[in-house]
Design a protein around this ligand. Structure first.
Ligand code: DGL
Length: 221
């Protein structure tokens, strides 16, 4: 039986793990988080790398065949180091969906909702440079959202100023660049209204895993 590990700093990985359960019913899904250190989003890169390294140890110990880093902050800051350290393990990362957003936008303006740690990362800047250099990319302040979602206050987060910014600049795509925000996707969609697409990566992660599992014959079925 194939073992899929899922890591997020906190409850952001839950939605991804649920989706993987549905898509791969025969797989064993093992989730871990780092409740002692969440949120990662306001921390320095070095700490994010070290904490991610420590937090995924149980998944490595349990010999997961694939490990999903279900955290944009950890992926954009730490996945290169982690891959180097564990070359025999397949890692699937989650990072802001700039490329699909760039393909979708008609107004040439997109918004990325993400943590400070993601927005500051080199990887995120590379993505923007590669796929969105001709676009306006809005990055409203969402820096407290993950903490509030973690504290069970998702319904009380004031999303109004982020959505107003999106509408003021006529952005037509919002990228959910933090898996915690999947918990408020419905609210964001309702506030954004029908003309604005809200992108999140669960389907893409499912497809990526499917490709890895079907092309690596050494992995168990
Ligand atoms: N869920 C994480 C992400 O996708 C971030 C939350 C945090 O700040 O730890 O970026």
């Amino acid at each position: 039986m194939v073992k899929i590990g899922v890591f997020d700093s906190g409850i952001g990985g839950q939605a991804i793990a649920d989706k993987l359960h549905d898509l791969f019913p025969a797989a064993k899904i093992i989730s871990v988080n780092d409740s002692a250190n969440v949120p990662y989003g306001n921390r320095h890169r070095g700490s994010i790398i070290q904490m991610t390294e420590d937090a995924i140890k149980p998944l490595i110990k349990k010999k997961c065949d694939v490990i999903v880093i279900a955290c944009n902050t950890a992926t954009t800051n730490a996945i290169d180091d982690i891959r180097k350290k564990h070359p025999s393990i397949h890692f699937v990362g989650i990072e802001p969906m700039i490329k699909p957003a760039a393909k979708l936008t008609q107004t040439k303006t997109i918004a990325v909702f993400a943590t400070t740690g993601t927005l500051k990362s080199h990887r995120y800047h590379q993505l923007k440079h590669r796929w969105a250099s001709q676009l306006v990319v809005l990055e409203p302040d969402c820096s407290q959202w993950a903490t509030r979602i973690e504290n069970g206050e998702a319904e009380r987060i004031d999303i109004h100023s982020a959505i107003s910014e999106v509408k003021r600049w006529n952005a037509d795509v919002i990228v959910l660049g933090c898996t915690h925000y999947h918990h408020i996707k419905d609210r964001i969609e309702r506030a954004a209204g029908p003309g604005i697409h809200v992108l999140e990566p669960s389907d893409a992660i499912g497809a990526r895993l499917d490709a890895i599992l079907s092309t690596n014959s050494e992995l168990p079925e």
